[in-house]
Design a protein around this ligand. Structure first.
Ligand SMILES: C[S@@+](CC[C@H](N)C(=O)[O-])C[C@H]1O[C@@H](n2cnc3c(N)ncnc32)[C@H](O)[C@@H]1O
Length: 334
């Protein structure tokens, strides 16, 4: 049996539903130069399922590396928590919880009274997580929340104080541009209490070919994932995009230190979006930017975390040093 999913309220946006938000973002993105679609729209039900396939792709090293870190160091990560106090584990952008399962196992083994709050924009991801976790951990206190990162922080601020561990795994932080990542970390620090912990997974800068393979996997899952954005616009906004006329292109931007994904229009074409009652023109070989995934040096992540007010407790690496999990503590007392 899966648990009920509570939807967090969305404020300060003229869009009242996810489909309206998609329409607004398509309007903004398709009338900009260069064109773009925000990556949050990847994760409809189909996109979340394709992402699970990406995680299993041979070339997508990120998942295996972070899984190795959590399996190896999960016990050490939770060793500092007080067994006599309740613990809240809050996960932002939890996905299907594939890796978190091993951390929750470690928490439960240590007999700490724990509530797990997976938060994700994708209802499908939360349903999958909830179904799997109810089988693995029938006695776990779990509350799924559907919402966006900054809504989640607002929710977090309103929670009663107890010891807390916030998880932000899977290189989710890499989807923010560097200044946005700094704002996110500072906002997170601000809503947390002195003594709370945060675990952030970041993909490290490395051999460029390794990264190019990961985002152009030979099974073609990343391509399907990106093309699904166009199919989603067709499904939800009544558009007539011929997806065969767009090509996935993943490249590394050395100046920014980020993998970037584009959908490139293979010919001059126009696209009708009924929900917007509007046509958009594409030139031949014009690109739509769909995602950036920023890579970090360990020193860059440490500096950013420090700057936000966290104190670094530990950095956990996989054996190849492709990926790192940064274990941070909130310090507020002067
Ligand atoms: C790259 S996946 C990683 C999932 C998981 N953290 C892991 O490590 O396997 C990103 C997840 O974050 C969710 N997500 C993306 N943007 C989000 C946002 N702005 N707010 C909340 N969730 C978001 C997606 O639905 C997806 O499940």
């Amino acid at each position: 049996m899966t648990t009920e999913i509570i939807e967090l309220t969305k404020e300060n946006s003229p869009a009242t539903s996810r489909t309206e938000q998609l329409a607004l973002d398509v309007l903004m993105g398709f009338t900009s130069h260069p064109k773009y679609i925000p990556p949050i729209h990847f994760y409809d039900a189909k996109g979340s399922q394709i992402f699970q396939k990406i995680m299993s792709a041979k070339d997508y090293y990120l998942t295996e590396c972070e899984l190795e870190i959590i399996k190896t160091h999960g016990k050490s990560m939770i060793s500092g928590f007080d067994k006599n106090q309740k613990l809240q584990v809050i996960e932002l952008g939890a996905g299907d919880g594939y890796k978190t399962k091993h951390l929750i196992e470690a928490v439960l083994d240590s007999n700490i009274d724990t509530t797990y709050y997976p938060i994700d924009i994708s209802k499908q991801a939360l349903e999958d997580l909830s179904e799997r976790f109810s089988k693995f951990f029938p006695d776990l206190d779990i509350q799924c929340l559907q919402g966006e990162y900054f809504q989640s922080l607002k929710w977090l601020r309103a929670q009663p104080t107890c010891q807390r561990l916030v998880l932000f795994l899977g290189s989710n932080i890499g989807n923010f541009r560097r200044p946005q990542a700094e704002v996110f970390l500072k906002t997170l620090w601000n809503v947390l209490q002195d003594g709370d912990y945060v675990l952030i997974g970041a993909d490290l800068k490395k051999d460029i070919d390794k990264m190019l393979w990961a985002y152009n996997d030979r099974e073609g899952y990343t391509k399907d994932f990106n093309i699904n954005l166009l199919s989603r616009i067709n499904r939800e906004l009544g558009a007539n995009i011929d997806t065969s006329k767009f090509q996935h292109y993943g490249t590394y931007n050395v100046k920014l230190g980020a993998m970037e994904s584009f959908l490139v229009s293979l010919e001059k074409q126009s696209v009708q979006v009924d929900a917007l009652n509007r046509k958009f023109e594409f030139k031949a070989f014009e690109a739509i930017h769909v995602e950036s995934s920023y890579k970090y040096l360990c020193s860059e992540m440490k500096e950013m975390a420090n700057h936000a007010g966290f104190s670094l407790q530990n950095v956990y690496y996989d054996s190849k040093k492709y990926f790192a999990d940064f274990f941070l503590k909130v310090h507020k007392k002067i």
